[in-house]
Design a protein around this ligand. Structure first.
Ligand code: T1G
Length: 698
């Protein structure tokens, strides 16, 4: 017997306990242990078998580290069938998160009991596959097609109460899984309960699966797994069980071989790896109970909201009592959303807004907080004044953070006597919703201050990425480049609307021009003006057509007009007819004859610009690894998750061809298309960005 599955015989009940931390993933040892355990229970003359998990959870699924390798016997679907076909009564006792193959093992059991906090689900579509161990065949037999389609195509977790109501669980009881499981098995034996193989239950009632497939495919925004899973559920209605299992396997293996599975597994492991930095190993973060937020505008109020929801107390500092009250109103509005969604009770809402939050107009109110985040106007002189005052009033060891999206943290730190306590914490708006946090580490920032930044991010349930200091850090620096590439394509003949559509077809939630309208065209306008004032390289192709939109006061959604015109209350706009004439006149002035662009070329250039700048960001150490860039673009810039991130995408399309394209385009514009040294090095050495990720993990 492998030690991954413990075996005990307690009277006439055999007990199989999973002992494979951290999440009892169903790796080879566990699968073999279950098969051996079933045989031993039968040989021992047991009357029932109890299966449960030691540690924090029942099986949390197949071991996704095995994905991409040749499958090894015993395959998980066969383990489930082996359990189900046993002549003994098999009970599974669930706690933690019984997900994917974990729930499938439980569905192979004859009875299922769980503790109230248990959650179940079939989240395979979230990693680019579908249930592959009988889930698409057994669940519909147990709870019907509609409920199964919801659970399987959404990948959502289902709480024990709902699972009991649906019929996934037979019992929900307080107590240790082992104890409630043993008691239930005893009761079943004593009552002469029958085995209950789900595979022998009647096939569920069919629905119009072609129509359902279309609905699910449209809703999945380019992901193929959810709609493919519908075909698996269809098989449960139309085929005998064994054939249905073969059909499920066939569909599962198709998805397993897909680029989308590669991309989504990369995203899964990258979002967990990104917080693992060698320089933080063994570094204790500083105490963090109370924070100060300076500036209660949209960003500051969002940060304060995220902090309050994470259990921190917040001192909100504003310039005047009215401004402080307005900030409190924004915070209450943000928290009101959580209240409406039932994430907060009224009492908790009151507590947060009357006890945990205090308002002030006096810096002295920050004298005892553990960390301060300023979210004041994006102007270096203003920031320096704030940090000078913070340096004077904050207690020793307090972390002093700026939320700036591009200003030099080194310069800000230099205006204090404690540069080691200064760090950048770049939140993304709305700060209480967006999961990305760039932790910007300046030259003097102390390691325990970095660790404190990551701990704050974890408490706020953010995905934190370490960034070095440069204009735009990781995300905005790369955004600036691929957005410039889009502007060049407009000057040369493409339209904002063609570019937006090509990129939403590629999988982005929104195209760059719709995003600009959402963020506010005045932001890009001030960046263009700042860069012109700093002095543009004469070789840079400055694009000014958008300035006219701003000069006419059209800043996008907030003014109702930008690249698109927005009817009141509608998020999606229609193209603004004034824009193409502005572009045409700029082409005229620049002597450019417009040419055709295909959608393919638009995507290729846009992505090549993104990858090339990302390679520079990694090569310069602004991002520690390629995966840090991928996570940044996934969580802050709407990059399609099923492509894994720009550098995962680049590895999959092939770095040599990408570099060749960049070199071809450099012949027409050798300023914008300067190949990244790291990209050239990887191509020369025949390596990939993922090779760098693996080297960093060693
Ligand atoms: N396989 C391998 N490692 C896993 C894993 C898994 N399924 N799940 C988690 N880990 C690792 C994770 O990488 C991390 O490692 C550690 O466990 C703690 O995870 C045939 C084919 C279970 C809700 O999709 O959703 O079954 O960083 O930090 O926040 O139909 O992990 O410590 O080295 O996330 O408490 C289906 C995926 C698989 C579940 C726990 N199952 N996991 O969350 O901890 S496909 C899933 C999760 C399948 C069958 C199909 C979460 C969690 P490290 P964590 P957590």
């Amino acid at each position: 017997m492998s030690e991954a599955i413990g075996y005990e015989l307690i009277g006439d009940i055999a007990v199989l306990s999973a002992q494979n931390p951290p999440v009892n993933a169903l790796g080879l040892d566990v699968r073999q242990g279950l098969v051996d355990g079933m045989a031993r229970a039968e040989a021992d003359g047991a009357k029932a078998v109890l299966i449960y998990g030691e540690g924090r959870t029942y099986f949390a699924g197949a071991d996704i580290r095995e994905f991409g390798r040749p499958p090894t016997e015993p395959l998980l679907p066969n383990v489930c069938t082996r359990i189900e076909s046993s002549p003994l009564i098999v009970v599974s006792a669930l706690h933690g998160t019984a997900l994917g193959g974990g729930l499938e093992i439980a569905l192979g059991s004859h009875y299922r009991i769980a503790v109230p906090s248990a959650r179940v689900g079939l989240p395979e579509v979230l990693i680019g596959v579908m249930p592959g161990a009988g889930g698409s065949q057994r669940l519909p037999r147990l709870i019907g097609v509609d409920a199964s389609v919801d659970i399987i195509t959404s990948g959502r977790q289902v709480g024990a109460k709902e699972a009991l109501e649906l019929g996934i669980l037979d019992r929900v009881e307080d107590g240790a899984p082992r104890d409630i499981g043993l008691a239930y098995a005893r009761e079943l034996i004593d009552s002469g309960a029958e085995r209950r193989p789900i595979s022998e239950m009647r096939a569920p009632k069919a629905v119009d699966f072609d129509a359902l497939y279309d609905v699910v495919f449209k809703k999945s925004r380019g992901m193929i797994a959810p709609a493919t899973a519908v075909r698996g559920i269809q098989a449960s209605c139309e085929l005998p069980f064994v054939q249905g299992m073969y059909r499920e396997r066939e569909l599962f293996m198709e998805l397993m071989a897909s680029d989308q599975r590669q991309g989504m597994i990369h995203a899964f492991f990258s979002e967990r790896a990104v917080g693992k930095l060698p320089e933080l190993k063994g570094i204790k973060p500083r105490d963090l109970n109370a924070i100060g937020v300076i500036g209660g505008g949209t960003m500051g109020a969002g940060i304060a909201t995220a902090a309050l929801l994470s259990g921190l107390s917040v001192v909100m500092l504003e310039m005047s009592a009215e401004a402080a009250e307005a900030a409190k109103g924004r915070i209450e509005g943000n928290l009101g959303g959580a209240l409406k969604r039932g994430k907060l009770s009224q009492a908790q809402f009151e507590d947060l807004t009357t006890k945990a939050l205090t308002l002030s107009t006096n810096y002295e109110a920050l004298s005892d907080v553990d960390l301060v985040i300023e979210a004041v106007f994006e102007d270096m002189e203003v920031k320096k004044k704030v940090f000078t005052q913070l340096d004077a009033v904050c207690k020793p060891g307090a972390v002093l953070a700026s939320n700036t999206s591009y200003l030099d943290i080194n310069e800000i730190a230099a205006c204090t006597n404690r540069p080691e306590d200064v760090i950048g914490l770049h939140f993304f708006s709305p700060a209480h919703v967006m999961k990305l946090l760039e932790v910007v580490v300046a030259d003097a920032t102390a390691p325990d201050v970095v660790a404190t930044g990551f701990m704050l991010g974890a408490r706020m349930r953010k995905i934190s990425v370490r960034a070095g200091v440069c204009d735009g850090f990781i995300g905005n620096r790369i955004l600036s480049t691929y957005r410039t590439c889009a502007d060049h394509m407009i000057l040369d003949g493409a339209s904002p609307y063609q570019i937006d559509k090509a990129l939403t077809d590629f999988g982005f939630a929104m195209g760059p021009f719709a995003v600009a309208d959402l963020a506010g065209l005045d932001i890009g306008w001030s960046v263009r003006k700042r860069k012109r004032a700093e002095g543009l390289d004469p070789r840079a192709r400055d694009s000014s057509y958008a300035d006219k939109l701003c000069e006419d006061g059209h800043f996008g959604q907030k003014t109702g007009k930008g690249y698109y015109i927005y009817d009141a209350g509608k998020r999606a706009g229609v193209p603004n007819p004034d824009v193409m004439p502005m572009i045409a006149s700029e082409r005229l002035v620049k002597g450019i004859t417009a040419r055709e662009f295909t959608d393919e070329e638009i995507v290729r250039r846009y992505m090549a610009a993104m990858v090339n700048e990302a390679a520079k960001v990694v090569g310069e150490g602004i991002a520690r690894r390629p995966l840090d860039v991928d996570v940044t673009l996934l969580y802050g810039y709407g990059f399609p998750r099923y492509r894994g991130g720009p550098l995962k995408w680049a590895d999959m399309v092939g770095l040599p061809a990408l570099l060749a394209d960049i070199k071809t385009w450099a012949e027409e514009d050798d300023y914008f298309w300067q190949p990244a040294p790291l990209l050239e090095q990887l191509v020369a050495e025949g390596r990939t960005f993922d090779d760098l990720n693996k080297e960093a993990a060693q």
